[in-house]
Design a protein around this ligand. Structure first.
Ligand SMILES: [Fe+2]
Ligand SMILES: [Fe+2]
Length: 148
């Protein structure tokens, strides 16, 4: 089913739902990382806590970028994040963050595939840029986790 919209590019409900899933996850990690940033502790936390803050801000920008695109394509951006996990120890926090970044990489590859299939070049291009950053986040958290 193609969604009715004024946009030149018409996409399916399936793709819009995927974009909303992406927004929900971006909001989740934006809050998750910023609260982890606030609740960090221990000497090892010094290296981690500024990273958490800058990545949290990057995730909020992703949420905005994706929401702009979704709205343009005729969808309404969700206001509900997927469940947030803050954790208590630094190790527990970063372990979960590695998993969430891996999840984002998987989902965004799917979105790119779907967007290409629907000839939505802009969404595919946009997600290639975001995907690159999620891979960097995954790499950063993986490296941090090695020392915790
Ligand atoms: Fe993100
Ligand atoms: Fe990320």
């Amino acid at each position: 089913m193609t969604v009715k919209s004024d946009a030149v590019t018409k996409v399916s409900k399936e793709l819009l739902d995927q974009l909303n899933e992406a927004i929900a996850r971006e909001m989740q990690v934006a809050i998750q990382y910023i609260w982890q940033h606030v609740q960090w502790g221990g000497v090892k936390g010094f290296a981690v806590h500024s990273e958490l803050k800058s990545i949290a801000i990057a995730e909020m920008k992703h949420a905005e970028t994706i929401a702009e695109r979704l709205y343009y394509l005729g969808g309404i951006p969700t206001t509900k994040p997927t469940p947030i996990f803050v954790g208590t120890t630094l190790k527990e926090m970063i372990k979960r963050d590695v998993e969430d970044e891996a999840g984002a990489v998987t989902l965004y590859k799917k979105i790119i595939e779907q967007a290409v299939k629907e000839n939505d070049v802009t969404t595919a291009f946009m997600f290639k840029g975001i995907l690159e950053q999620e891979e960097e986040h995954h790499d950063t958290f993986t490296t941090l986790l090695e020392d915790l």
